[in-house]
Design a protein around this ligand. Structure first.
Ligand code: GLU
Length: 590
């Protein structure tokens, strides 16, 4: 057992970290490499991943962030369950074994391809702002934005969770296995204990100061003020109990009665930073079915999650801006290819910051942003040789008179992505989150509560103009999550998504271009070094050799860990699954 006290002292004495350094500190590169193999199939899948090969199968495939969760889903698929059934098993186990990233206390977006109808649809299980929230939720008395972690840690940042309702909605619609049985693995693992993974152990150590602020969180993640060791058995009876209740009564039990009361009390009584959530917020929560955002990209149709996520629109814009250029001929080693991707991304992020938010609350020019003529015109800006000196939002066709101001939202990575193809040919791409690592750090009944509300802009106005993504009661904070399904001739050919805050968009674009344009298999595409550009500086993974060339093109380059968590499946004559070597997931299929 490692003792916490000396660690806390050294952590506290170190110079205070800014928010980005803190995010890196809890996500060191390679922290997820050595998760424990749980079966011969998982061992083989891990071997393939280590060798940079995709896992190949015929009937079904599942790729997610932890072997125990993948196995739970695999059992469901083996028994003839659908991708929606398997997702419930995967999500409930992830909430136990990867609690820092997603769970019952969070939200998720799901993109679904239905084999029977050939249709793609999306379910929005995003958290909502409480009805008593105001646009000034994250501002001090002086109207200035709070410091990021002052807002995150505690009750203020907690939105109404959407994940339990999303699991139920997906199962009601597309499931074929009995609901209650889908909780079996998670309940058993929670009662009998599971082996703490390397990544969970590292993340707890990196976040010890924040996790110790609230007693239930401290008691679970640092029993007797000791850090969790890799391989240590951790039990979570409270989580098993709430799963039993939901297995028996449905997800509705989460949103009313005792469970809802406990959530609300935890949020409203958070020491030092109480929130405004009420039982009514849980009682009125609903999952929204929404049309996907789809864009044609060469021979493909790339479909993703529209507002309140910026993921589908921003990925779509980047692809639309790249379409006039021969990316295949340039290839992955060319700085010119990355100049195009980088500046296309900057142009798309400029539009994202101005126009994208929850379209139930503010008009969003969804069509205008993906319009081919608009994007082709804006792509003219990419025709030079060097990095664009300056990037501003464009003017997509927008029949609404309001003019938004650019926003000020901050996002730091946690989150998890699940890709599944079932034996019937249905496909599911779902990104699931509690936002920051360990969310708000508040825990009740064995699960962590999200801090999703800090995905809103802390500022509500700029120079008298409203910001589209400001806090409003009942509104869903803008996301970057980009669960994606790529179709060709109406059939799915690729599923992809990632955690990573607003870098998700770059991780997903890289994997798409690498597979669709550069012909890499999904594992090679995931393994390829990450290079992301959101607002100007190019973030480059240390394994890439392109930093000097990008500097020569005029970019400010930051070499830094870029911990994506891409889980992707390609669908052709075989199913090929890939899992990100930067985290501890696997792809398993038969
Ligand atoms: N909360 C972020 C979003 O919805 C995701 C955070 C992450 O990927 O870690 O966009």
């Amino acid at each position: 057992m490692k003792f916490l006290a000396p660690f806390l002292v050294s952590f506290a004495l170190a110079a205070p970290l800014n928010a980005q350094q803190a995010a890196d500190a809890v996500a060191p590169e390679g922290a997820g490499a050595g998760a424990v193999a749980t079966s011969p199939q998982v061992a083989a899948a891990q071997e393939a991943k280590a060798q940079g090969r995709p896992n190949v199968a015929r009937d079904w495939m599942i790729s997610a962030a932890n072997p125990l969760a993948v196995e739970a889903g695999a059992k469901v698929l083996r028994a003839g369950g659908t991708a929606a059934d398997a997702m419930v098993a995967v999500q409930t186990v992830l909430g136990l074994v990867e609690p820092q990233s997603s769970g019952l206390g969070g939200g998720a977006f799901l993109v679904w391809y239905d084999a029977a109808t050939g249709e793609v649809t999306t379910l929005d299980g995003r958290e909502t702002a409480p009805l008593s929230a105001t646009p000034r939720l994250f501002q001090g008395q002086d109207g200035e934005p709070l410091q990021f972690y002052d807002a995150v840690v505690g009750g203020r940042s907690v939105g109404t969770p959407g994940t339990p309702a999303l699991m139920q909605a997906a199962h009601d619609r597309w499931g074929n296995r009995p609901w209650a049985g889908l909780f079996d693995d998670a309940i058993q693992l929670a009662e009998q204990g599971f082996a703490v993974s390397p990544r969970l152990s590292t993340m707890v150590a990196g976040d010890a100061l924040r996790l110790t602020r609230f007693q239930p969180t401290r008691d679970y993640f640092m029993p007797d003020l000791q850090l969790l060791e890799v391989g240590q058995t951790l039990k979570n009876p409270a989580y098993a109990e709430i799963l039993r209740v939901m297995a028996g009564q449905g997800a509705g039990a989460f949103y009313t009665g005792e469970i809802a009361r406990d959530i609300v009390e935890t949020v409203r009584n958070a020491p030092g930073n109480p929130g405004v959530l009420r039982e009514i917020d849980l009682a009125i929560y609903s999952v929204r079915e929404r049309a996907p955002t789809c864009i044609e990209y060469r021979a493909y149709e790339v479909c993703g999650m529209g507002p309140p996520s910026s993921g589908g629109l921003t990925v779509g814009q980047i692809l639309g801006l790249l379409e006039p250029f021969d990316m295949a001929a340039l290839g992955p080693d060319s700085a010119e290819a990355w100049r195009l991707i980088g500046d296309a991304s900057r142009l798309a992020f400029a539009d994202r910051g101005r126009y994208m938010a929850d379209s139930d609350f503010v008009p969003v020019p969804v069509k205008g942003l993906l319009d081919k003529t608009y994007l082709a015109k804006r792509a003219e800006l990419l025709k030079g040789d060097d990095a664009l000196p300056e990037v501003t939002p464009g003017s997509p066709e927008f029949d609404h008179a309001l003019n938004w101001a650019d926003d000020a939202s901050i996002e730091f990575p946690s989150t998890s992505h699940i890709s599944i193809v079932d034996g019937m040919g249905n496909a599911l791409s779902m990104t699931t989150t509690i936002e920051n690592a360990f969310g708000s750090r508040l825990m009740t009944r064995g699960f962590l509560l999200n801090n999703e509300l800090t995905d809103f802009s802390f500022r509500s106005h700029r120079k008298g103009r409203p910001i589209a993504n400001r806090v409003e009661p009942g509104k869903r904070p803008r996301s970057s999550m980009a669960p994606t399904i790529v179709l060709k001739d109406g059939k799915p050919v690729m599923l992809v998504g990632s955690p990573g805050g607003s870098r998700i968009i770059g991780y997903v674009v890289k994997t798409l271009i690498a597979h669709l344009d550069w012909g890499m298999d999904v594992q090679q595409a995931i393994d390829l070094p990450n290079l992301t550009n959101r607002f100007g500086p190019f973030d480059v993974e240390p394994t890439s050799a392109l930093a000097p060339a990008l500097r020569n093109l005029g970019y400010e380059v930051a070499t830094r860990p870029l911990i994506s968590g891409v889980h992707a499946i390609s669908i052709g004559e075989t199913l090929q699954g890939g899992a990100d070597p930067r985290r501890e997931g696997v792809a398993l299929g038969e």
